[in-house]
Design a binder for this molecule. Sequence first.
Ligand SMILES: [Zn+2]
Ligand SMILES: [Zn+2]
Length: 260
Amino acid sequence: MLKNNYHTHTSRCHHAVDEDEAYVLEAIRAGIETLGFSDHIPFLNGPESRIRMDISEMNGYLESIRYLRDKYADQIRILVGFEAEYIDDEIPFYQSLLNENKVDYLIFGNHLYEGYETSSQRIENAAQLQQYVDRAIAGMKSGLFQYLAHPDLFMVNIKDFDENCVKAAEQLCQAALDLDMPIEFNCEGLRDHLNGHIFKNGTTLAYPHPQFWKIAAKMKNKVILGADAHASTAVNDEAIKEAIRQTKEFNLNMIDHLEI
Ligand SMILES: [Zn+2]
Ligand SMILES: [Zn+2]
């Protein structure tokens, strides 16, 4: 069981299901202590996006989670935040969300390696991979985020963990170490793997990638598990059990909560 999970989506992102309350009830049933909602952040200035809520839905999201936080306050600790990319034009928006206490926290999902129109799931060459790494490091340095989600997301469209991937992993892990920032072992990628999902790289393996996590283990990075739940059952499922088993097998330096 994942005692504290800070990576939970809602149906507003168009690729998650279930009512907000269903996630909370499932988490209470499982005995989870902290459930952090971190749905995909809307763009304030970006193009229309099929994988995130519209900006007009943001207040409803925040109100819904705060309502649930109060309703179940004696049974579970609920936090509200976002999973956000590091996009120059959106940074003032993120800062205002944090400064005005509209959210409790942000996690960093580096889904766009360079601007709104790029996708970290479509990285095709070493130059794009380096852009992904540079953007990840810039975002980590910004101080906006609690942790870097699925640092090995770049493997979605890459079949072999070659020397460029080793270099990328070492750069990401070193930056996280220097900043004392946790990196996330992501259960959604593992869930896809266990379900036999074929990634863009033509295999069922993308992230969490064993080669990446062997490097993180060697470098002694702080690692946190994230359910990355896109359904209420995913706050406590087989993927989480398997993730816990793998993190032990890799001998990762796990932390089990954030100071929020
Ligand atoms: Zn998602
Ligand atoms: Zn993500």
